[in-house]
Design a protein around this ligand. Structure first.
Ligand code: PLP
Length: 393
């Protein structure tokens, strides 16, 4: 028999996918499910953005476009990075338009990673961060980010994890699944550490505009950091545009040169009518208001869960209020069950869809991820059911 790429044997099927298959099957059998497993905004894409893409299609933007993205969109991205993060990027050489944040991460990692390189990734974190490294034949070294330290690694843990083969640190703040993000001082220290050890920092900031405390600092916003930092971002979460598949990589020109080749040879370009709509979404003032309202909506649901948690006083379901993103990483360690077991039981017995914390790494064992990208009613009903279930164990 012909052989396959053996790297894929090292990648487990994501528990998120397995759980969502189970939920689809239950729904198909007629069971009512409160779906709090989703990582997709429940808000619709703003209608004016849809209009813009329709107009673009009708005007003939239905052919290939430039492989690094239209200049118009690259300029809009540079303006957004300056406006929101205070970092200046040259739209001609330091920005690549990508097929969502995941493709920005892929092209970025492809550009800098050599087989056998060690990559430091906090645990817990979104599974793709480590799976991509494995696909590209790098070695993942997990750096514990314990709940006891607000899901941020103790600084010494980075030092302990460092090897002579370490080339890259991957960050994702606000984090999926915890919503945590570190202080500017912490990022400064980490950038100093990266500089001293000649490391790249790849910073996934797709949840960067969804925050409920002080605005998170971009990893590139630290003085001198830009030359060693790759920013991954997209319109998916911030503009409720997950299905449009549009994002960007912002990085030093020599990285973008490689990334453009990776993009050219994998997707050719992002659809030009989608780029037109993305430009409009990033620049139109009314759309910025729509997205601010979405953020306020998530903030309201976050408050709702905090309030319910106080009201229900359940010792077995501890919450650590997220600083950003749209998830609660609920701490059910007192129950002493695996997170897969808990999620299966809550789904089967109480009809609530969740994601097991272990899908995000060893440190996530005993936790479950509950999304608040769902209606207020579902968030309230879902959280109440989780607590009710936990009380009965
Ligand atoms: C941390 C993180 N990065 C990137 C992505 C991918 O987003 P995009 O739709 O922009 O590819 C996700 C999606 O869930 C995510 O959680």
């Amino acid at each position: 028999m012909q052989s396959l790429n053996e790297q894929f044997e090292l990648i487990r099927q994501s528990a998120t996918v397995a759980m969502s298959d189970r939920i689809i099957a239950l729904k198909a059998s007629g069971k009512k499910i409160v779906g709090l497993q989703v990582g997709d905004p429940d808000f619709g894409t703003p209608p004016a953005v849809i209009e813009e893409s329709l107009k673009a299609m009708q005007s003939g933007l239905t052919h290939y476009g430039p492989s690094n993205g239209t200049l118009e969109l690259r300029k809009a991205i540079a303006a957004k990075l300056l406006r929101d993060e205070g970092v200046t990027y040259n739209p001609d050489s330091e920005i690549l338009v990508t097929h969502g944040g995941i493709h920005a991460y892929y092209t970025g990692m492809q550009s800098i990673l050599n087989p056998g390189d060690d990559v430091l990734i906090p645990d817990p974190s979104w599974a793709t961060h480590s799976n991509m490294v494995t696909m590209l034949r790098g070695n993942v070294i997990r750096v514990p980010a314990p709940a006891e330290n607000g899901f941020i690694p103790f600084f010494e843990s980075w030092e302990k994890a460092l090897t002579t083969k370490t080339r890259i640190i991957v960050l994702n703040y606000p984090s999926n699944p915890t919503g945590a993000y570190p202080s500017r001082e912490y990022l400064q220290k980490l950038q100093d550490f990266a500089k001293a050890n000649d490391l790249w920092i790849v910073s996934d900031e797709v949840y960067g505009s969804l925050y409920y405390e002080g605005r998170p600092t971009s990893a590139a916003a630290i003085e001198g950091a830009k030359e060693r930092t790759l920013i991954v971002n997209s319109l998916s979460k911030s503009y409720a545009m997950t299905g449009w598949r549009v994002g960007f990589l912002a990085a030093p020109a020599r990285v973008i040169e490689n990334a453009q080749k990776a993009g050219q040879n994998s997707i050719t370009c992002v659809a030009p009518f989608i780029q037109k709509a993305a430009t409009f979404a990033l620049t139109d003032p009314a759309i910025q208001e729509v997205t601010a309202n979405m953020r306020a909506g998530y903030g309201r649901r976050r408050e709702l869960v905090i309030r319910l948690s106080h009201e229900l006083e359940c010792e077995r379901v501890r919450i650590i209020p997220p600083q950003g993103a749209f998830y609660f990483f609920l701490d059910l360690r007192p129950l002493k069950m695996t997170s897969v077991e808990m999620c299966e039981k809550i789904l089967d017995e109480y009809g609530v869809g969740l994601v097991p914390g272990s899908a995000f790494g060893e440190q996530g064992e005993g936790f479950i991820r509950m999304s608040i990208a769902a209606s207020d009613e579902d968030v309230e009903a879902g959280f109440r059911k989780i607590v009710e279930w936990a009380e009965k164990q």
